[in-house]
Design a protein around this ligand. Structure first.
Ligand code: SF4
Length: 326
């Protein structure tokens, strides 16, 4: 089994990325420089619900989350109709043919820590039982943890696995979280990140730009607070209005407007300028949303062109990630 020698993000490697002229601490480049083989994240759907939808906290869910509640991506084998084994094996088989050597299993749709610790452990043990699986990424909410879950995850780290939590943060502004009907607090996010850091669990926060009523200052504060917490990585997205959501109702009433492409590019640059240079950036767009369920924005969300435009804007401004981070 592969052993994760250092479960901390290496500042030296990130420095080497900037030294080579990159303006963003891109996770893909970091991966290439730290792993002696190609790694791919395999998404799996283990059928988890969400406490914000199943009645544990609420039944409405976040205002931007589709009511159907299942993935809005179309990976052929990431489907809870299939067993977990089938989803993993089929995807390993597929990506091995494409030259990928090692895998991280990404428990993606729903809240993947919303269950009894012993049941969660069974699923995670199964995923880690494949010889080419080097770790897990677990998509969840900041309030869906307890000591037993942290203990199980820490135990995997002690065995040499790389464990990431993909944490739905969205914003560090409580008023925004309340408007979004997140049903958790900023303190949940702070405490979860701190506990993960203490135990060597890597955290990738998901943040949305262009949320209703958020000011430029609110967004920049989110960048600064998460940087101070030494979050390991971020995925940054524009808010997308999807059919059959509360947000869609608000949108059609004319009470919310999505960012246009130029505004988004500019905001991402501002956000990154105020983010620590040592936070890895995993994504800067959300490109898996099928066009037939997307209401707004109309512009294409493809990742690479957006990354290129952001880099171009940085060059124009002569700035880069972290330039204004104190
Ligand atoms: S926490 Fe995630 S899955 Fe649950 S309602 Fe909100 S966006 Fe949807």
């Amino acid at each position: 089994m592969y052993k994760c020698i250092n479960n901390r993000i290496s500042k030296e490697i990130i420095n080497s990325i900037y030294k080579d002229g990159f303006l963003i601490a891109q996770y893909g480049i970091y991966l290439k420089r730290t792993k002696p083989y190609k790694v791919f994240k395999i998404p799996v759907d283990a059928g988890f619900s969400c406490p914000n939808k199943d009645g544990t906290l609420d039944r409405e869910g976040c205002i931007f989350c589709p009511k159907m509640g299942r993935p809005i991506r179309s990976d052929k084998y990431c489907n809870s109709l299939y067993s977990l084994e089938y989803q993993i094996e089929k995807q390993i088989e597929h990506y091995k043919k494409k030259g990928i050597d090692k895998f991280n299993i990404y428990f993606y749709p729903g809240t993947n820590t919303h269950g009894k610790p012993e049941e969660l452990k069974k699923l995670w043990d199964l995923a880690l039982s494949y010889p080419d699986v080097i770790g897990l990424s677990i998509g969840t909410r900041p309030d869906s943890f307890n000591r037993d879950i942290f203990d199980i995850l820490e135990n995997y780290i002690n065995k040499g696995y790389e464990i990431w939590i993909d944490l739905g943060i969205q914003s560090m502004n409580q008023k925004t979280l309340d408007f979004l009907n997140r049903k958790h607090t900023v303190s949940h996010t702070v405490n979860t990140i701190k506990e993960c850091k203490k135990r060597g669990i890597l955290v990738c926060g998901h943040v949305i730009l262009g949320l209703p009523n958020e000011t430029w200052e609110d967004m920049i504060k989110t960048a600064e607070v998460l940087s101070k917490l030494e979050i390991d990585a971020l995925k940054i997205y524009p808010l997308v209005v999807i059919k059959n959501t509360k947000l869609e109702e608000i949108y059609w009433k004319g009470e919310y407007k999505t960012l246009d492409r130029k505004q988004y590019i500019k905001l991402v640059c501002d956000f990154l300028e105020h983010t620590s240079p040592y936070v890895l950036i995993q994504r800067l767009s959300k490109d898996k949303i099928p066009e037939d369920i997307k209401v707004s924005p109309e512009w294409k969300l493809s990742r690479l062109p957006i990354l290129n435009e952001i880099s171009k804007e940085f060059r124009r401004k002569k700035t880069f990630q972290g330039i204004y981070y104190i």
